[in-house]
Design a binder for this molecule. Structure first.
Ligand SMILES: Cc1ncc(COP(=O)(O)O)c(C=O)c1O
Length: 454
């Protein structure tokens, strides 16, 4: 096995020899021609152009490329809770386009108000004030500004390795080297702490006989030392996934309260049923002060994100917190209303919970058979398989993870590799048990193939 590993990063690597080999074997002339045009006109950047291949259709759990090959999509940029091209969402968008396709900022409209009301009803606690914008990154920016306005403070505590979007404010609180390197000064006052990662705990919990929440204690330590932190900003569960213990968020919630800091939870990729709860924070019995949603909120069709805040935080009437052109897009709101309705009508939250348990059982069995698997973890249909070259040292199997990804892709299963070595499985919540089993069979076969060639 080639040990020259791609640089571990949030996604798969778009310039690796393994990608070139996959393309050489799989792509026909028309696809190559389109990829060349893509590379000619788009600015090249990590994780996108140059692209892997080109798509012509998406439907349900499937993507279809120009050559007619279909892939079960266990990545979907986390927009596909209700599946691609969900007929209910498409119909709602089409109907709205015929009536009111845009709403300039000084006006409001029925779908936008209905969506704000619906989210306020669904959200935990008193998160009853809402602001929309077209991207998760923008919503994080709004949350940061609101936290500053509410507290009169500007500092934040957030986590290394976290992702909150690609803009300068979002990468300032984000913790990924790929986004932060070589880009110049970031926001001041953005303290970072280690993530609560049970498998790679910096405080070596396992060796000390179990978790005693040093990671949460350290956050409180920083809150106390700084003394004037506006907010702790974090993903409730990382989409990679990293799943903290229940007590972690309870301890951090209490620490925020003790030190006058707000708790801002980013559930952009993980809310709306993904984890087997409508909102991931429900698993932890905590209510954040600000909850940020996005991704699948627009049904995988319309770009839409939302900031949900406590009722008493409605304190910025004389300032612009968001001010986005598409702030109250009636079409995006119609898509979101149809999406939420679909999730409720089809029991997708419960489905994610049940199918997630089934997947975890199968992954644990695979772990026994595949020496490459160091850890399996999941919450609902947010699943991770961490590959290591050595279970004792937990050395990351980055080259192997990439090889498994391409082996699976060749068999019709697409997923993302996170942190260089974590196979990240996030299927649409509309997936059937039989389809999920087929995908896990593909994963199993792909692992076997890669292990055979090591
Ligand atoms: C946790 C998290 N926060 C924020 C964002 C940014 O969302 P967007 O790409 O819609 O700006 C993402 C996107 O991947 C995300 O995963």
């Amino acid at each position: 096995m080639d040990r020259v590993s791609p640089k571990p990063s949030e996604g798969d690597v778009n310039l690796s020899p393994r990608r070139a080999a996959w393309q050489a074997a799989m792509l026909d002339e028309p696809t190559r021609a389109l990829l060349a045009e893509d590379a000619r006109y788009f600015l090249h950047q990590a994780l996108s152009t140059p692209c892997l291949t080109a798509l012509r259709r998406c439907e349900g759990i499937y993507l279809e490329d120009l050559q007619g090959r279909r892939y079960m999509d266990f990545h979907g940029n986390s927009v596909h809770q209700v599946g691609f091209g969900n007929p209910a969402v498409v119909a709602a968008v089409k109907a709205q386009l015929d009536v009111l396709s845009f709403c300039p900022r000084r006006f409001t409209n029925e779908p936008a108000v209905a969506l704000a009301r619906k989210l306020a009803q669904l959200a935990p606690g008193d998160l009853r004030k809402v602001l929309f914008c077209p991207s998760g990154t923008g919503a994080i920016g709004i949350a940061l500004k609101l936290a500053r306005t509410v507290t009169g403070r500007y500092k934040t505590v957030s986590m290394w390795d976290a992702f909150h979007g690609a803009s300068l404010d979002a990468i300032s609180v984000g913790g990924e080297e790929l986004f932060r390197r070589d880009i110049g000064p970031l926001l001041p006052g953005t303290e970072h702490v280690p993530p609560p990662d049970p498998y790679r705990c910096l405080w070596d919990c396992q060796a000390r006989g179990g978790c005693d929440l040093k990671c949460a204690a350290y956050i409180e330590y920083v809150l106390e030392k700084e003394g004037d932190v506006a907010a702790v900003v974090a993903e409730t569960v990382r989409a990679t996934p990293v799943i903290p213990r229940r007590e972690f968020w309870q301890a951090v919630r209490a620490a925020c309260d003790r030190h006058g800091a707000l708790l801002v939870l980013d559930e952009i990729p993980t809310a709306l049923g993904r984890t087997g709860a409508m909102f991931a924070c429900e698993h932890y019995g905590v209510v954040p002060d600000i909850l940020v949603l996005g991704k699948g909120l627009g049904g995988g069709i319309m770009p839409l994100a939302a900031v949900l805040a406590r009722e008493r935080f409605d304190v910025a009437a004389d300032r612009a917190l968001g001010h986005y052109t598409h702030e109250k897009s009636p079409v995006a709101a119609a898509a979101a209303l149809a999406t939420l309705q679909y999730i409720e009508d089809h029991g997708l939250v419960e489905r994610a919970r049940v199918l997630g348990q089934h997947a975890m059982e199968r992954l644990r069995v695979m772990q026994v058979r595949h020496p490459l698997i160091g850890d399996v973890r999941g919450l609902g249909l947010l699943l991770g398989v961490e590959l290591v070259t050595d279970r004792a040292t937990r050395a990351k199997a980055t080259a192997e993870a990439e090889a498994v990804m391409y082996a699976a892709l060749a068999r019709g299963l697409s997923f993302k590799v996170s942190m260089g070595n974590v196979l990240t499985l996030a299927p649409p919540l509309v997936i059937t048990r039989a389809e999920l089993d087929r995908a896990l069979d593909i994963l199993d076969d792909s692992l076997t193939e890669v292990e055979r060639h090591r």
